[in-house]
Design a binder for this molecule. Sequence first.
Ligand SMILES: *Cc1c(COP(=O)(O)O)cnc(C)c1O
Length: 235
Amino acid sequence: MTDPNLTRLQQRYQRVLNRIRQAEAACNRPPGGVRLLAVSKTKSMEEIAALADLGQGDFGENYLQEALQKIDRLRDRGLEWHFIGRIQSNKTRPIAENFHWVHSLASLKHAARLSDQRPPGLPPLNVCLQVNTSGEASKDGYREEALREEFEAYTRLPNLRIRGLMTIPAPAAGETAQHRPFERLRLLRDELMRAETPLDTLSMGMSEDLEAAIAEGATIIRIGTAIFGPRQYNQ
Ligand SMILES: *Cc1c(COP(=O)(O)O)cnc(C)c1O
C-alpha cells in the first residue's frame, strides 16, 4: 500500500480498532464482542476493497442505487452488507435480495414486504428495529411505546430474523449525555427480550460516541468518518 490515501485509510482503521479494544477494556467487556460495521456511503469501491484487504468484512450503506453497484462489483469478496438508510416502500425488493442485514426498520409494512420478498434460497434477513431515543430531536424510528405494541408482530414474519435494536441519537455534548440514549436502548432490548425472542444485537455508536455505546453494551458500532475521513456529497 504505497498510495498515501490508502496509507491514511489503514492508519485510521487501526486507530478505530484500538479505540474499540480500549473501550472494551475500560468497561471490562471481553475483547472481540463488538462488531465493527464500516459505513461506506459515498466512498469508492477502491476504498472498500482496500479495507476488505485489511480484514474488514461488514459494510454499511445508506443509498440503495450506490449500494447495489458496490455489492455487485465486490460480490466475489464475501462481504456482509448492511442497509442502514431510510427505507422506501417501493424499494424493499432489492434490499431483501441483496443485503444480509437491515438496521433501519421501523414499519411493519416494510417488514412484511421484506419477508415476502426475501428469496427462498437465502437465510432469513437479519434485522434491527430502529428506535427514536432522542424525542423530538429525531423523526426516525419507533417511539418506545409504539414498539412495545408492535414488536410481537415482527417476530411472526418467517423470513426475518429479529436480531435487536438500533438507534441514531441526536448529537450530545459530553460523555454523560451520550450515555443516556444508549442506556435506554439497552433497557428496552432487555424488556422486549424477556417476552420470548432472543435479541443479541444493539446497533449503536458512531465515530463520535463509540466509547459511550460500548460501555452501554453495543454489539455493533457503525463507523464512517473515523475510518474513511469526512464525506463529500458534491459528486
Ligand atoms: C452515516 C451513518 C453512520 C456513520 O456516521 P459517522 O459519524 O461518519 O461515523 C452511522 N450510522 C448511520 C445510520 C449513518 O447514516
